[in-house]
Design a protein around this ligand. Structure first.
Ligand SMILES: NC(=O)C1=CN([C@@H]2O[C@H](COP(=O)(O)OP(=O)(O)OC[C@H]3O[C@@H](n4cnc5c(N)ncnc54)[C@H](O)[C@@H]3O)[C@@H](O)[C@H]2O)C=CC1
Ligand SMILES: Cc1cc2nc3c(=O)[nH]c(=O)nc-3n(C[C@H](O)[C@H](O)[C@H](O)COP(=O)(O)O)c2cc1C
Length: 171
C-alpha cells in the first residue's frame, strides 16, 4: 500500500472515492420556532449507544441550516424501498412546502415531522455540534425510535439508488 502525507486529496477524488461507500438514505426533518424544514442526508451514522446518539452532517450553506440549528430538534427518517421520489424531493432545490407535499407526516416527542411509512424514524434532540470544513456535525441524542416498516432498505451507492433485500436482524 502506498501512503503519502504530502499530496492533498482533491475534492473530486474524495467524492469519487466516497461514491464507493454504500449508505442508507435519510430524510432529516425539523420543526419549531425556526420553521419546518427537511433535507436528504447520507452523512448519518451511529455514535454511541449510551446515551443513544447518532450524528448528522449538514452543509452550513443549505437553506435549511438555520431551521435545524435554531429548533435544536431533528427526526432522522430512514427510507425504504420505493421512496426514491422522497429522497429526490428533499435533495433538490424545491421549496419546503413542495418537499413535504411528497409525503405524509405525524409528530412525536420532539415535534419534528415523522415520515409515515419510513423504514425507521429516530426522534432526536441536538446536544452539540462541531463545524468541520463546509459542514456542521450535529450530535443528536435519540429520544424515541419508531420501526415502521419491515420492507427492504434504500441504499445510495455509486451515485444511484439500490434496494437491499432482507429483514433486519435483532440482537
Ligand atoms: N461531505 C460532503 O461535503 C460531500 C460528500 N459527498 C460524498 O461524495 C459522494 C459523491 O458525491 P457527488 O459526486 O456530488 O455525487 P452524488 O450523486 O453522490 O451526490 C448527489 C447529490 O448529493 C449531494 N451530497 C451528497 N452527500 C452530501 C453531503 N454529505 N453534503 C452535501 N451534499 C451532499 C451532492 O452534492 C449531490 O448534489 C456522495 O455520495 C457523498 O458520499 C458529496 C458531496 C459533498
Ligand atoms: C443522496 C443525497 C445525499 C445527500 N446527503 C447530504 C448530507 O449528508 N448532508 C448534507 O448537508 N446534504 C446532503 N445532501 C444535499 C441536501 O439534501 C441538499 O443540499 C438540500 O436538500 C438542498 O439544499 P437547499 O435547501 O439549500 O436547496 C444530499 C443529497 C442527496 C441527493
Amino acid at each position: 500500500m502506498t501512503v503519502s502525507h504530502s499530496i492533498p486529496v482533491e475534492r473530486q477524488a474524495f467524492r469519487d472515492a466516497m461514491a464507493g461507500l454504500a449508505a442508507a438514505v435519510n430524510v432529516v426533518t425539523t420543526d419549531g420556532p425556526h420553521g419546518r424544514a427537511g433535507f436528504t442526508a447520507t452523512a448519518v451514522c451511529s455514535v454511541t449507544d449510551q446515551p443513544p446518539t447518532l450524528l448528522v452532517c449538514i452543509n452550513r450553506a443549505a437553506s435549511v441550516y438555520e431551521s435545524f440549528t435554531g429548533n435544536g430538534m431533528v427526526c432522522v427518517n430512514t427510507l425504504g424501498n420505493g421512496q426514491q421520489a422522497l429522497s429526490n424531493a428533499f435533495g433538490g432545490k424545491l421549496p419546503q412546502e413542495e418537499r413535504f407535499a411528497a409525503g405524509h407526516w405525524s409528530q412525536g416527542v420532539t415535534g419534528a415531522p415523522i415520515l409515515e411509512g419510513a423504514k425507521l424514524s429516530f426522534d432526536c434532540r441536538i446536544t452539540s455540534s462541531t463545524s468541520v470544513g463546509t459542514h456542521d456535525v450535529l450530535i443528536c441524542e435519540v429520544l424515541d425510535i419508531r420501526q415502521q416498516n419491515e420492507a427492504d432498505v434504500l441504499v445510495y451507492f455509486a451515485r444511484r439508488y439500490h434496494e437491499l433485500a432482507g429483514t433486519q436482524a435483532s440482537a
